[in-house]
Design a protein around this ligand. Structure first.
Ligand code: ZN
Length: 400
């Protein structure tokens, strides 16, 4: 205790904060410890929401090895799980599209039976929950799992069963997670309407929306207009991979022709923003529309580095777009190929941009607002799970 209580009067708040290493102007913005960056341990414990994660891009390497052995698949480049994990990351890092696509050929090859799909989906939910993810929308293309004779419906039911098993196992281990499925149609194929109908049929049993993915160049989303128009007539939800490799025309089509609720990546929206010499930003018509309409952007930083959509974390457009208050979310895309997790994505962003727990909460609330489950459930997740989780973390410095 101080022996000079009156002395406090002469010390301004600015002085107090300066001594503690804080900046005074931060006090109006946050009640947490302003300049302390969240630790990796806090990042892991923080509630996180994931909207863009591919089921066939998130297998455990050991599971790929097990399933290959069980199903007689003999084309894996490595059979040691650690070496295989490294192989996946290096192939994705190589800059070669052929090698990148080869990674998915292997994971899809071992996901052709009901048991395999149940196991992969269950482990996905478990791994996300252990990483602090409380709500996830995980996507996959049912048409890529038919080689051993499963029907589209059997694929969807197997994955749903896996997610439910994973949620239960996570709960038994003291974690909480809810997982919804997004059904993806492949841009180069011609089954989008059929997959959209499938998504609609399962909308009350585990499937929360629809997506299209695959090579952007040469396969504009307007090729699948019938699928999007069908879903709009059914009052259903969809996101579109757009603005990753290909630029503004792809984003414009996804929004204005197809009516996407969210954009998968959307990172090239940066091409419609000009930064003046004084640092002010001027938004073009499309960028303005995206920001004004609060269109959620599913950013996947590490994945973007691997596909050369950004040069480094520090230069990733997420930094500027966050300052400009776009509706941004943080995502993993392919955890196996990128050697990542939600926590790792946030660790990179904290390091690159100095993001605080308040920033993490902002991204997380953005993601939850943009999810495809009903409004009352989203609101309850935000108010009863996400905000209390961050409040607890932000209060920790008081009790050191
Ligand atoms: Zn993706």
């Amino acid at each position: 205790m101080s022996t000079r209580p009156m002395g406090h009067r002469s010390v301004s708040f600015a002085d107090i904060y300066a001594r503690r290493g804080y900046s005074a102007e931060m006090t109006s913005e946050t009640h947490s410890q302003p300049t302390a960056l969240p630790t990796p341990e806090q990042i892991r414990r923080a509630p996180k929401v994931l909207l863009h994660d591919h089921l066939d891009g998130g297998l455990r390497p050991g599971t790929v090895v097990d399933l290959a052995r069980e199903t007689g698949y003999d084309k894996l480049p490595e059979t040691d799980p650690d070496k295989l994990g490294v192989w996946f990351r290096e192939a994705a890092d190589s800059g070669s599209l052929e090698r990148y696509l080869e990674t998915f050929a292997h994971t899809c090859a071992v996901m052709q039976t009901r048991d395999a799909l149940v196991r992969v989906a269950a482990e996905c939910a478990e791994d996300l929950a252990a990483d602090g993810v409380v709500y996830a929308e995980v996507r996959y293309a049912p048409e890529q799992h038919l080689e051993a004779g499963l029907t589209l419906e059997e694929v969807v039911e197997a994955v749903n069963e896996g997610f439910r098993q994973g949620e239960r196992r996570a709960k038994a281990n003291g974690h909480r997670i809810r997982v919804g499925a997004l059904l993806t149609a492949m841009r180069h194929a011609a089954r989008a309407l059929e997959i959209a109908e499938l998504a609609n049929r399962y909308r009350d049993s585990g499937v929360v929306g629809f997506d299209i993915a695959g090579a952007e160049a040469g396969f504009p989303p307007t090729r699948h207009l019938d699928a999007f128009e069908y879903l709009k007539r059914e009052n259903n939800h969809f996101t579109i991979h757009a603005g990753e490799a290909f630029g503004l025309p792809s984003i414009w089509q996804a929004l204005q022709w197809c009516g996407a609720d969210r954009l998968g990546h959307g990172v090239r929206i940066i091409d419609d923003i000009e930064i003046a010499e004084d640092g002010s930003a001027e938004l073009g018509r499309l960028a303005s529309y995206v920001r004004d309409k609060r269109i959620p952007l599913e950013m996947c930083p590490t994945s973007n580095l691997q596909t050369a959509a950004a040069a480094s974390y520090e230069e990733h457009p997420i930094g500027l777009l966050r300052k400009l208050h776009f509706r941004l979310t943080v995502n993993t895309d392919n955890r196996l190929m990128s050697g990542t997790s939600m926590s790792r994505e946030f660790e990179h962003l904290v390091k690159a941009f100095g993001y605080s727990l308040d920033d993490m909460q902002w991204f997380t609330v953005n993601a939850m607002k943009s999810a495809f489950i009903p409004f009352d459930e989203r609101l309850a997740m935000i108010n009863d799970v996400i905000k209390p989780g961050y409040a607890e973390l932000k209060a920790e410095w008081l009790f050191r």
